[in-house]
Design a protein around this ligand. Structure first.
Ligand code: DLZ
Length: 146
């Protein structure tokens, strides 16, 4: 099974840790690095279009979307968070490829760091586990689509 990870570079002190956790969770489930396509994009706003493009290749059973939005003093946070969440939902609907939402939306860097602390609640790990569960669920439907 191949999977893709789309990871935003913005706030990379968090997103690279999300990526590490996702890769570790996939490896635990028998999906090695050679079966993972990692696509880096500038920020969370760009995640949905990359997720849709890689899903459209037909080569991946799931897409794990990783990003980190930290609330600032402007409405940017709300606009980008909303566009990202809705865009990923639309991309999954358009392609039929399951996409996990591993995009943090926090009030501070400290809150974001808590969510990438080692352990089972690591949000990169959680996103990878959700994506794999959905990919396996769909593969089991036997409808020839995955
Ligand atoms: C512009 C912006 C801002 C203010 N904040 C974040 C953020 O917290 N997290 C993130 O992933 N990206 C942010 N960006 C960048 C946008 O996602 C996008 O990359 C740019 O607006 C260019 O389209």
């Amino acid at each position: 099974m191949r999977v893709a990870i789309v990871v935003a570079r913005f706030n990379d002190f968090i997103t690279e840790r999300l990526l590490e956790g996702a890769m570790a969770a996939l490896a635990d489930e028998g999906v090695g690095a050679d079966a993972v396509d990692v696509l880096r994009v500038p920020g969370a706003f760009e995640i949905p279009m990359a997720a849709q493009r890689v899903a459209e290749t037909g080569q991946v059973a799931a897409v794990i979307c990783l990003g980190c939005l930290i609330r600032g003093g402007t409405p940017h946070f709300e606009y980008i968070a909303s566009a990202c969440a809705h865009g990923i939902t639309a991309a999954a609907s358009a392609t039929g490829v399951p996409m996990a939402f591993g995009v943090l939306t926090t009030n501070s860097a400290e809150e974001a760091l808590e969510r990438v602390a080692p352990g089972p609640a690591h949000k990169g790990r959680e996103a990878a586990a959700a994506a794999l569960e959905m990919a396996r669920l769909f593969a089991g439907l036997g409808d020839g689509r995955s």
